[in-house]
Design a protein around this ligand. Structure first.
Ligand code: UDP
Length: 241
C-alpha cells in the first residue's frame, strides 16, 4: 500500500474556480479542463508521481454563501458537494481522452457515474498508477474541499498537498492591498498560525499540521506550473514544520 520509493504520492487540490474562465458565464471551461488534463498527463507520464486530485465546486455553488442568504446550511452544503462531482466528471473525461487511466471516487454514493470512495481501493488505484479524482468532498456538510484534500492526503499517506490557486504563494500580508507584501518561499505551520496567514481553512490546516503533511501553495495560471508542482519543483510557498 505504500508509495514505491521512486514515486511521490501527491494530492492536488483544484478549486472549482480554477476550471472556470474568468469573465465567462460557463461554470466549466472545456478548454481549461483540457489544459489541466494535459499537464496532469505530462506529470504522470514521468512515472514519478502517484496522483490524487480533490476538486472543489465553487464554480457552481458554495454552501456557506447560500446559507448566508437563508438556505439551510447542511442542505446547501450537499448541493455544493454534488457540484464537485460535475467538475470531477469533466476532468475525468478530459484525462481519459488523453489516455490517462483515471477513476472518480465519490464520497456520496453515485454508482452510475462514479465509484464510491473506499480508502483501500483508492490506495490500490494510486499504487497501480491510476489518477484518482476524489469527488463529493468529505461527504459531510460543514467541511470544505480543502479539508477533503488534507483528509485524503492523511489517509492515503500522501507526501504533500499541492494547492493550486490564483496567487503564487503565501505572503506576509495581502499583496492586493499592500505593494510591499513579501512572499515566502517557505514558512512554518507555527508562523502561519501566529501571523494569521491564511493558507487553507483552519480545519484543513490543522489536519495537515497534525499529520506532518507539507502544503505547497502555487499559482496554476502559468503554463507548466502544475507539472512543475507535481514533480516537486519550487513553484510557490512550502508550508511545513
Ligand atoms: N462541501 C461540503 N463538504 C465537504 C466539501 C465541500 O459540504 O467536505 C460543500 C460546501 O458547501 C462547499 C462546496 O461543497 O462550499 C464546494 O466546495 P469548496 O467551497 O471547498 O470548493 P472550492 O472553493 O475549492 O471550489
Amino acid at each position: 500500500s505504500k508509495t514505491s520509493e521512486s514515486r511521490r504520492r501527491v494530492i492536488l487540490k483544484l478549486s472549482g474556480e480554477a476550471l472556470r474562465e474568468r469573465g465567462s458565464t460557463d461554470n466549466i471551461s472545456p478548454e481549461i479542463v483540457d489544459r489541466m488534463a494535459t499537464e496532469v498527463k505530462e506529470s504522470v507520464a514521468t512515472g514519478k508521481v502517484e496522483l490524487g486530485i480533490v476538486v472543489g465546486g465553487g464554480n457552481f455553488w458554495r454552501g456557506a454563501a447560500a446559507s448566508a442568504r437563508g438556505m439551510d446550511r447542511a442542505t446547501a452544503d450537499y448541493v455544493g458537494m454534488l457540484a464537485t462531482v460535475m467538475n470531477a466528471l469533466a476532468l475525468q473525461g478530459a484525462l481519459e481522452d488523453k489516455g490517462v487511466p483515471c477513476v472518480v471516487q465519490s464520497a456520496i454514493e453515485m454508482k452510475n457515474v462514479a465509484e464510491t470512495f473506499i480508502r483501500r481501493k483508492a490506495d490500490r488505484h494510486l499504487s497501480d498508477g491510476r489518477v484518482v479524482i476524489f469527488a463529493a468532498g468529505t461527504g459531510s456538510p460543514f467541511f470544505s474541499t480543502d479539508t477533503t484534500a488534507a483528509l485524503r492526503a492523511s489517509e492515503m499517506g500522501a507526501n504533500v498537498v499541492l494547492k493550486a490557486t490564483m496567487v503564487d504563494g503565501v505572503y506576509d500580508s495581502d499583496p492586493k492591498k499592500n505593494p510591499d507584501a513579501k512572499r515566502y518561499d517557505r514558512v512554518t505551520y507555527k508562523e502561519c498560525l501566529s501571523r494569521q496567514l491564511k493558507v487553507m481553512d483552519a480545519t484543513a490546516f490543522s489536519l495537515c499540521m497534525d499529520n506532518h503533511i507539507p502544503i505547497v501553495i502555487f499559482d496554476l495560471a502559468p503554463e507548466g506550473n502544475v507539472v512543475r508542482a507535481l514533480l516537486g519543483e519550487d513553484v510557490g510557498t512550502v508550508v511545513d514544520a
